[in-house]
Design a protein around this ligand. Structure first.
Ligand SMILES: Nc1ncnc2c1ncn2[C@@H]1O[C@H](COP(=O)(O)OP(=O)(O)OP(=O)(O)O)[C@@H](O)[C@H]1O
Length: 343
């Protein structure tokens, strides 16, 4: 649905060139929710604005739904852009217009009759749960409600793609959840392909099918959310994952010589990562039963990733050396990721 080939964007500023996006190639499939995550300044906003050519790439091609946008003149581009909705961190609503009129705004050039437009606006209001706010002004709405209006407005022209530029960054966690839930509904009910850019791992974990991680203008890692989460390759990806849980703190505690991390002779401290297909298996209790190896849980974290559980546990294992070996082999056999972090 969206194909970026070697897209680069360089800004020329008074103090020199800024390479905001460097040779990014991505294929985003029809109907998926694709996340682009990175720290501030990584180039996410610039990249997402290259998808609808709000920023024209310096190099590379952008193809959306079979049309190469980078080839089009401005007039044709404006037409095609109507099929690409966009929402922003600060909502960008027209302050002097009511909710109804904000949603009506992009329909100005539509070929629908007055009656059809009216029906369309009412159904969009219903979809985003704001039927009772149609005559309110943006200043009378909460942040979450404003973003709902922005979503309804972005959907007015029946787009095939919805681009979300830090759409939940100005919202509290509870409201973020409700907006993500609405985006998921939009994706499932209307079959719209969604691209979400964010610096929040929680957003990716909740709804993205696939994710790309950006650093210094480049995509450094990409894959199914679950794979990237369970087997991160790049440091920046690991940093993001550790912002989403507290398990990686164990390395700091070991460095500090914290009492929690002191081991007796023969003990091992291990980090276990359970992925969706084996999460919840009673691996730990089986160790005691089958191998007489005791597992003392130091701490852990369970994540829900698109409805599937991913668990991380830091445990110390104690038992006879030969039994320990068998226990470790058993853990690996169960496809639980195992890392001995101190022995
Ligand atoms: N119009 C512009 N002119 C000059 N430099 C720009 C422009 N827009 C972005 N940049 C620069 O490009 C780089 C990438 O910015 P971008 O906003 O795309 O990153 P980001 O990952 O979205 O970060 P944030 O989350 O902070 O917005 C930054 O160094 C930024 O200063």
């Amino acid at each position: 649905m969206i194909k970026l080939e070697k897209v680069s964007k360089t800004f020329r500023t008074g103090s020199g060139e800024v390479h905001a996006v460097r040779e990014v190639s991505l294929n985003i499939e029809q109907g998926e929710i694709f996340g682009i995550i990175g720290f501030s300044g990584a180039g996410k906003s610039t990249l997402v604005r290259c998808i609808n050519l709000l920023e024209r790439p310096t190099e590379g091609t952008v193809t959306v739904d079979g049309t190469e946008l980078t080839k089009l003149d401005e007039k044709r581009l404006r037409e095609v852009r109507r099929k690409i909705g966009m929402i922003f961190q600060h909502f960008n609503l027209l302050r002097s217009r009511t909710v109804y009129d904000n949603i009506a705004f992009p329909l100005k050039k539509s070929s629908l009759s007055k009656e059809e437009k009216h029906k369309k606006i009412l159904s969009l209001l219903e979809l985003v749960g704001l039927s009772d706010k149609k005559d309110a002004y943006p200043s009378q709405l909460s942040g979450g409600q404003k973003q709902r209006v922005a979503i309804a407005r972005a959907l007015a022209n029946d787009p095939k793609v919805l681009l979300c530029d830090e759409a939940t960054s100005a919202l509290d966690p509870q409201t973020t959840k409700s907006i993500l839930h609405l985006l998921k509904q939009v994706n499932e009910k209307l079959g719209i392909t969604i691209v979400i850019i964010t610096h929040e791992m929680a957003v990716v974990k909740d709804i993205c099918d696939r994710v790309a991680i950006m650093e210094l203008g480049r995509v450094v890692e990409e894959g199914a959310t679950e794979d990237v989460f369970v087997h991160p390759k790049e440091k920046v990806t690991k940093d993001f994952i550790s912002t989403a849980g507290n398990v990686d703190k164990i390395y700091e505690l070991i460095d500090e010589g914290n009492d929690l991390t002191k081991l007796q002779e023969g003990e091992k401290m291990v980090m276990l990562t359970y992925s969706a297909n084996n999460a919840g298996e009673p691996v730990i209790s089986y160790l005691a039963e089958a191998f007489d190896v005791k597992a003392n849980i130091i701490y852990g974290n369970i994540d829900i990733l698109k409805g599937k559980t991913i668990g991380k546990l830091v445990v110390t294992l104690s038992g006879k050396p030969e039994n320990m070996e068998k226990a470790l082999a058993y853990i690996e056999e169960r496809k639980v990721e195992l890392e001995v972090i101190k022995a």
